[in-house]
Design a protein around this ligand. Structure first.
Ligand code: DGL
Length: 274
């Protein structure tokens, strides 16, 4: 990557729609940057799949984004970041940023009692990636993890508040509360949308950490280090690709992005099995 790369877009991929929470943070942090987003909506969820499948899909997703000459790649998906980041960095020269280390760093900065909770998909929790990242920064921190498989479908149904979401959240989070955590990492793209329900269940004594913002800060650092920050000439362009029906993504997407998406393109034709 060199200064000529400044005008190239940032590539972002996720298993589906949830990665738009990371795009939102990127747009806020780096408003001059163009973005190409790839959501693998035909194969979502990744959170229930095995490591080898997650790594294979992630390799394909990076190959897709590289066709756009992206200057760096952000893995918005916690599940992919947990299992595939080392392999992707081995295979590709483009800088790749995952969400795990930034989230871990934000939580370590936040905790006062050194007791951090982590919630995520089954695959993310099974990987132990957040725990490893936290202990690399501070081995004395106690980490308590919990997978919350019903949270993703709840968010996709739009059930963000209300009795059912609260009941599910209580079931998952009460064991964490009993461990007296003071900080909770929302280790999945979808969970920031449940933040108010999660906060209600845990009470105001627990701080919630969303990796997206810290990830955007890290992307800024990577681009600055490579002298590849866009200097803001011309309006940024946002392109969204999905592997299944674009309408569904378009309909739900504004909830995650916080604004209307515009146009969503189908990735077929660019994209196929390796
Ligand atoms: N994007 C995934 C994550 O952040 C959640 C959805 C899925 O299971 O694919 O882990």
């Amino acid at each position: 990557m060199n200064a000529n790369g400044a005008r190239q877009p940032i590539g972002v991929f996720d298993s589906g729609i949830g990665g738009l929470t990371v795009v939102k943070a990127l747009i806020e942090e780096l408003p001059g940057e163009s973005i190409v987003y790839f959501g693998d909506t035909a194969r979502v969820p990744y959170g229930t799949k095995s490591k080898s499948t997650i790594v294979k899909f992630s390799l394909e997703n990076v190959e897709f984004l590289l066709r756009f000459g992206v200057k760096c790649i952000v893995i918005a998906c916690n599940t992919s970041s947990s299992w595939a980041l080392p392999t992707l960095r081995k295979y590709f020269k483009v800088p790749i940023v995952g969400v795990i280390r930034p989230g871990a760093l934000a939580a370590v900065r936040q905790t006062r009692t050194k007791r951090i909770g982590v919630i995520g998909t089954t695959a993310t929790i099974k990987s132990g990636a957040y725990e490893t990242a936290i202990h690399r920064i501070d081995p004395a921190i106690k980490v308590v993890s919990q997978h919350c498989p019903l949270f993703v479908p709840l968010v996709e149904e739009g059930w963000l508040n209300g009795a059912i979401s609260r009941q599910v959240a209580r079931r998952y989070l009460e064991p964490l509360a009993r461990q007296r955590i003071d900080t909770l990492i929302l280790g999945c793209t979808h969970y920031p949308l449940l933040a108010s329900t999660i906060q209600q269940v845990l009470g105001s004594g627990v701080s919630l950490v969303d990796s997206a913002k810290q990830t955007a800060t890290e992307v800024r650092g990577v681009l600055m280090g490579a002298d590849a920050l866009s200097h803001g000439s011309g309006r940024p362009r946002y392109r969204f690709f999905v592997t299944d029906e674009p309408q569904h993504f378009d309909r739900l997407g504004h909830r995650f992005l916080g604004q209307v998406i515009g146009s969503v393109e189908r990735a077929n034709g660019h994209y196929g099995p390796r």
